[in-house]
Ligand binder design. Structure first.
Ligand code: FES
Length: 85
């Protein structure tokens, strides 16, 4: 079961693979537990060094970056979207 809050990781500029299989020992980053080409991992490019909140709830619309959706129920989220939130 995933934590309902993002994991914040410091990422330097470069290309990263975000773990989707759940087997990575370096979660939320892929460490290729599924082999050299882990098909479930999603590529993510960082242009400038920054702290990145990686979504763990699966509800963000800006995957892999947390957009705060974990703090709302689906009904609240739908209401906010209707009102431009
Ligand atoms: S953890 Fe924040 S939107 Fe998923």
């Amino acid at each position: 079961m995933h934590d309902m809050h993002p994991i914040v990781v410091r990422l330097e500029p470069g290309e990263y693979r975000i773990c989707h299989c759940g087997d990575s020992l370096e979660h939320p980053l892929c460490d290729r537990q599924q082999g050299p080409v882990c098909r479930k991992a999603q590529l993510f490019t960082v242009e400038k060094a920054r702290n990145v909140p990686i979504c763990q709830c699966g509800r963000t619309e800006t995957f892999p970056v947390c957009d705060g959706a974990h703090g709302y129920s689906q009904a609240e989220r739908a209401r906010l979207k209707r009102h431009g939130g």
